[in-house]
Design a protein around this ligand. Structure first.
Ligand code: PMP
Length: 374
């Protein structure tokens, strides 16, 4: 039986992405690797619309957050963390581990970060670092990162470090344009590759801020990684996962070949939401503007959502339950990858079957299709 993976990472990978890694290895100190890596770096630069390098790390998303923390957090640094869920909480915990003093601002799960609230916390504290989450995977909220940054005081603006683990590749994330200083992301969600690669991008201001500092980690020393990024033949300080980098190269080709990529992701999310609501589920994120284009969280009023998750799993469909505070309260379906109408109809049809063939609105498919076509 086929199993349909709808988890918020990893996502199903395309045939070309899967087979790209199934080839003979090359030396990571040879010309063939340098050429491959240079190509990947320029595709990442195109995706982020950035001129600066992206550091590629053998790690998951948490490793990329750890890399930001090991380079920017230390005793004497004051950071504001605005969290709207489990992953915002995790970033602040990692950052605190490296010694920074933290001011934690909590936002009600299911809502997003208010630009004025983040700006006020910075104004009051004079903190030098602000931690944000682009896409809060535990609730399905896409935060308005550009608006939050635009609202910050211009004088003594903090370094803005963003967890983009489940946002990059799914929604436009152009750090130079948006004013992000440090961006962490990973391979297994919006970049549609197997798990195992973490990424860190830094603004010129952020590179300057760590110029005279020693990283608290040997492996995740970002300045050392940058030293290996020679324009005519970039390499990594330590042995890179060459096969994964081949897969990533193929996935970036797929994303960059579709000019409407981000619009398609938003369109799929809107269509799914229309069908999910018509079936009788309750969307966890009420404000449509804040709904993630990559992951949707919802509950079933008056019923245990876990039974829907279990029923789907017996059908060979693999969604995710809630995490952290959301455990037992919501289920989540991911659509970071190239989800279009066939996948939407599979998800909605399976949900309908999991409900025992009942739907609040018998025209749930038409509702979803109308939103897909809109
Ligand atoms: N941040 C966010 C927003 C995430 O969605 C995740 C993974 N769900 C992580 C961090 C952690 O990433 P990983 O599991 O790859 O370490």
């Amino acid at each position: 039986m086929n199993r349909y993976l709808l988890t918020p990472g990893p996502v199903p990978v395309s045939q070309s992405v899967a087979s790209a890694s199934a080839v003979q290895l090359v030396s990571h100190r040879g010309a063939a690797y340098r050429e491959l890596f240079a190509g990947v770096l320029s595709k990442l630069a195109a995706l982020l619309k950035s001129s600066g390098p992206t550091i590629v790390l053998p790690s998951s998303g948490t490793g990329a957050l750890e890399a930001l923390s090991a380079n920017f957090s230390r005793p004497g640094v004051l950071a504001v963390s605005v969290s709207c869920g489990t992953f915002g909480d995790r970033f602040r915990e990692i950052f605190a581990r490296y010694g920074a003093d933290m001011i934690n601002v909590d936002v009600t799960p299911g809502t997003g970060v208010e630009p004025s609230a983040a700006a006020e916390a910075i104004r009051r504290s004079q903190a030098s670092v602000l931690l944000l989450t682009m896409n809060e995977t535990s609730t399905g909220v896409l935060n308005p990162i550009a608006d939050i940054i635009a609202a910050l005081p211009a004088r003594k603006r903090p370094l803005v470090l963003v967890d983009g683990v489940s946002g990059v590749g799914v929604a436009p994330c152009f750090p130079e344009e948006q004013g992000i200083d440090g961006l962490a992301f990973a391979s297994q969600k919006g970049l549609m590759t197997a798990p195992g690669l973490g990424f860190v991008w830094l603004s010129p201001r952020a590179w300057k801020a760590i110029d005279k500092e020693n990283a608290a980690s040997y492996y995740f020393d970002l300045k050392l990684h940058k030293k290996y990024m020679k324009a005519d033949g970039p390499e990594n300080p330590y042995t890179p996962p060459v096969s994964l980098i081949r897969s990533l190269d193929a996935a970036l080709d797929e994303i960059l070949a579709e000019p409407e990529w981000f619009a398609l992701r938003a369109r799929a999310a809107r269509s799914l939401a229309a069908g999910i609501e018509a079936l009788g589920f309750s969307m966890f994120v009420k404000d449509k503007k804040l709904r993630s284009p990559g992951v949707t969280a919802f509950s079933l009023p008056g019923a245990n959502i876990g039974s829907v998750v279990d029923a789907l799993r017996t059908m060979g469909v693999e969604p995710a339950g809630g995490v952290g505070e959301m455990k037992g309260k919501v289920m989540r379906v991911a659509h970071y990858n190239d989800v279009r109408w066939p996948e939407i109809s599979l998800i909605l049809g399976s949900l309908y079957a999991a409900l025992g063939g009942r739907s609040l609105d018998p025209e749930f498919m038409q509702r979803a299709f109308a939103a897909w076509e809109a």
